[in-house]
Design a binder for this molecule. Structure first.
Ligand SMILES: [Zn+2]
Length: 615
């Protein structure tokens, strides 16, 4: 895709020369070495995977193919997928980061997908948030009106350094102060509305400030850019905390307050303390507990868990003692059940929030409580036993099921089994019984959705289509062989179809397929991982013969599907379809046609299906 004017059949999905030139300038080994320590192992490099916790390295970087793959957690792809995953940024941002590392300038607004406009808007929104953070912080420090905000924070024992370091601000108690100041600073109405800092008036022209008379907590992304705000009221009559709405920059279900400042300490100790309030996280840092973050007024989501897993192996969940209720534990179990993380829940004095506890007791007793925190599953078992009448067999069976229901969601069977042991003793049944019950509860079921991470595991790839893709990736010149016999629409697995579309497009332009370039233009982690899987595991072979054999199968399936389709039509007694069926069936079975009624016996068609599936 590098040549100017080259045909681009992926219709706007490739960002032309820039992605390709960054790609060519970047060496994946050099870039990944900036994040993890790579050890040479033959032709490849090995490391402990940065995306999951492990003790022996299963993370492989292949310099020849310019791809990486973890055989532990399955992550894989090219240099951009790695950076996107590691920095938790989108593809565009990953290209930018790699570009600046290798000295290839990536100009603003180069991206086609989503449009130049939306990319420029994002850039402006970062600027607007940075400006607003400075504006609020200045008010907090200087404005006479902000005295009550300063008093409030002082009363909560925050010192000046903390307030300054975290950029604590104040929003004037006015309907238009921020909007007007932002306009004077050359931000447009559209940008202000998109940022969520102002709200359009209903039914008439004009806008008003979202945050009024509040202490402002700037929310930053992992790279430290302000992407939103949380505002705490100073009166009793309003909602206590108000957050920025979802914007192109900000999604509260994916963001953890303070992670930008906590990251270093979190990575160092491989542990993270998750609190429920801005002030809790802030006070932890002030007291030297630098591995603390806070959720933004939402329950933890699987996106949060995925974020946390990048940096930590152990999670300490600090619920407000009041709310340390069963709901919070259940909800956490739901998102952490399958995360392979050590999750602990400390006990705090009821009625005292963590911030107050820290102020009153100091860091030492607080840390002691954290050290004494119990495993989330243990806490759950207690709750389950407390919730049911353990003096009756029914109650005990229900407690058992409630607990095993959680374990049944754990993908790692051995781990689930180990976690089920305590319940056997607690409920008073044999381990074997628990084991059998757990197995029975392990039916595949969909989880209630909370974003893309909640989706069930991707279904396996169609084996024949997968083999065809392997042939094409092993030997790019086979692309025309495929197209000579089947169309891309004959591939039923959307993932394989999209990858093949990319292959065809690359082949059109370069007469070869560079897997790393392919992966870059696919821009979807799932597809990149499939490509990496194939490329890194494929050795030598007779690809042309393999391909022809697979295409035979694909064609057979096509005929069979057509046969089925026609047979269904024939149920509506379409004489033309009946004739076509006879013809198809004769070809498939290699024998002369018989009378139609006999041909339409269902299991005949099923045999055709077996012939395909068995391959
Ligand atoms: Zn891994």
């Amino acid at each position: 895709m590098g040549r100017p004017g080259a045909k681009n059949s992926l219709a706007g999905r490739i960002s032309d020369d820039i992605v390709a030139s960054v790609k060519r300038a970047a060496d994946i080994v050099e870039i990944i070495s900036r994040y993890v320590t790579l050890k040479k192992a033959g032709k490849t490099f090995k490391a402990l995977c940065p995306f999951h916790a492990e003790k022996t390295p299963s993370f492989i970087v292949n310099p020849e193919r310019q791809m990486f793959k973890c055989f532990g957690c399955g992550k894989g792809g090219d240099v951009f997928s790695f950076v996107a995953e590691h920095e938790r940024v989108d593809f565009l941002e990953a290209v930018r980061i790699v570009g600046s590392a290798v000295g290839v300038a990536v100009p603003d607004g180069f991206e086609r997908r989503g449009g130049v406009a939306s990319h420029q808007l994002k850039g402006r929104l970062y600027e607007l948030h940075a400006w607003a953070a400075r504006h609020y912080a200045r008010l907090f420090a200087e404005a006479p009106e902000a005295a009550r905000a300063r008093d409030y924070m002082a009363a909560r024992h925050f010192d000046k350094e903390t307030l300054e370091a975290w950029g604590i601000g104040y929003a004037a108690d006015s309907w238009e102060a921020l909007g007007r100041a932002a306009k004077a600073a050359k931000f447009t109405d559209a940008e202000l509305v998109a940022s969520g800092l102002v709200i359009e008036r209903e039914g008439k022209a004009g806008y008003y400030d979202r945050f009024r008379g509040r202490v402002m907590f700037p929310i930053r992304d992992v790279q430290g850019r302000v992407i939103g705000f949380g505002g705490r009221t100073l009166t009793d009559s309003e909602v206590k905390y108000l957050n920025s709405p979802e914007t192109p920059l900000f999604s509260k279900s994916r963001c953890l307050y303070g992670l930008d400042r906590a990251r270093e300490a979190v990575v160092e100790g491989r542990r993270i303390l998750i609190t429920e309030g801005y002030t809790d996280a802030l006070m932890c840092h002030q007291k030297g507990i630098k591995w603390a973050v806070a959720t933004l007024g939402t329950a933890l989501t699987r996106d949060h868990v995925a974020l946390v897993r990048r940096y930590a192996d152990r999670v300490v969940l600090l619920f407000d003692a009041d709310a340390a209720g069963e709901a919070a534990v259940d909800r956490s179990l739901e998102v952490f059940a399958d995360a392979d993380l050590d999750v602990r829940v400390p006990a705090l004095t009821p009625g005292m929030d963590p911030c107050d506890f820290l102020v009153a007791e100091g860091a030492e007793p607080f840390l002691a409580r954290l050290d004494a925190a119990r495993d989330l599953f243990e806490v759950k078992l207690d709750l389950a036993c407390r919730r049911h009448d353990m003096t009756t067999s029914n109650g005990r069976a229900r407690a058992l099921d409630e607990f095993l229901g959680i374990l049944a969601q754990i993908g790692n069977v051995a781990r689930a089994d180990l976690l089920s042991w305590p319940v056997a003793e607690r409920v008073g049944v044999e381990r074997e019984v628990v084991r059998a019950r757990l197995a029975a509860l392990r039916r595949p079921k969909r989880r209630a959705g909370d974003g893309p991470a909640a989706q069930p595991k991707a279904p396996p790839l169609d084996p024949v289509e997968h083999r065809i893709l392997r042939c094409v990736l092993a030997s790019g010149e086979l692309v025309p062989c495929v197209l000579a016999r089947v169309g891309l629409e004959d591939f039923q697995d959307g993932r394989i179809r999209r990858i093949l579309e990319g292959c065809v497009s690359l082949y059109d332009q370069e007469s070869a397929i560079d897997p790393a370039l392919l992966s870059a233009m696919l821009r979807e982690p799932e597809l990149s991982a499939i490509v990496a899987d194939i490329v890194l595991e494929t050795g030598a072979g007779n690809w042309e013969r393999e391909l022809q054999e697979c295409l035979d199968r694909l064609e057979a399936r096509k005929r069979r599907d057509e046969y089925r389709r026609l047979r269904e039509q024939a149920a509506g007694a379409d004489p033309q379809a009946l004739a076509a069926i006879q013809e198809l069936h004769r070809r498939r079975a290699g024998r002369p046609p018989r009378e139609p009624a006999r041909e339409l016996v269902p299991q005949e068609g099923e045999q055709g299906a077996d012939a395909y599936d068995a391959g």
